[in-house]
Design a protein around this ligand. Structure first.
Ligand code: PGA
Length: 249
């Protein structure tokens, strides 16, 4: 049985004032049935860890470097995120792939670094609108999955996969339930081919314009074990409603 996971991706949003959202969220979910994860900007992880201490909220980074240390101005190593209080890290988000030219090979190297540091890697895949229109969705997802996940160390406890159609991120547009189910069932089958029985334990999140209003329907979908939520994770009241929908799904 896979434990459900509600993950919030704050992206480049949030300063000290936003810490009160975490306090409010923790208050609303003292003993959650689902796992709750917030991935704030790296600048906030340390302080958020202090606020989240003793609560059920786990913290994650939004990216890490593949190397352990070195001359990489502006970058952060996986073990540094862990040192700051993170237990997870999002890798291969489409905004990283687009803004920073990250390839599947980069994401795979970062995933290895994350696992090495004891972090759970939340590895993102997703097709563009053009790729979907061209009928390439499953090919794209299959290629990204194959290239972004390493051969070693992948288990239900170490890796989470997030399906995030690029055209659904921050747009208010959401795939149909059939489209989500098709990709999630496909990902489960691909993981099973490569990792065998271990695949059954790997949580598959949907991400892209998840809101309180559409969460219940998405969470009722085949092989959807939770969500990676951007905009609607910034306010405790919205994220809390999504968590509650996940818990009753
Ligand atoms: P969104 O972002 O919920 O704001 O669409 C999701 C994501 O990019 O993880």
């Amino acid at each position: 049985m896979r434990k459900k996971l509600a993950a919030g991706n704050w992206k480049m949003n949030g300063t000290a004032a936003a810490l009160e959202e975490v306090t409010a969220l923790a208050g609303a979910h003292p003993r959650p049935v689902a796992d709750i994860l917030i991935c704030p900007p790296a600048t906030l992880i340390d302080r958020m860890a202090a606020v989240a201490k003793g609560t059920a909220i786990a913290l994650g980074g939004q990216d890490c470097h593949a190397a352990h240390t070195g001359a990489h101005t502006g970058d952060i190593a996986a073990h540094m995120l862990a040192d700051a209080g993170a237990t997870h890290v999002i890798l291969g988000h489409s905004e990283r792939r687009t803004d920073h030219g990250e390839t599947d090979a980069d994401v795979r190297a970062k995933t290895l670094a994350a696992l090495d540091a004891g972090l759970v890697a939340v590895v993102c895949v997703g097709e563009t609108e053009g790729q979907r229109d061209a009928g390439e969705t499953l090919n794209v997802i299959g290629t990204q999955l194959a290239g972004s996940l390493p051969d070693e160390g992948v288990t239900g406890a170490t890796v989470v996969v997030a399906y995030e159609p690029v055209w659904a991120i921050g747009t208010g547009r959401v795939p149909t339930i059939e489209q989500i189910a098709e990709v999630h069932d496909f990902m489960r089958a691909e993981l099973a081919k490569r990792f065998g029985d271990v695949a059954e334990g790997i949580r598959l999140l949907y991400g892209g314009s998840v809101k309180p209003a559409n969460a219940a329907e998405i969470f009722a979908t085949s092989n959807v074990d939770g969500a990676l939520v951007g905009g609607a994770s910034l306010k405790a009241v919205d994220f809390s409603a999504i968590i509650s929908a996940l818990e009753v799904a």
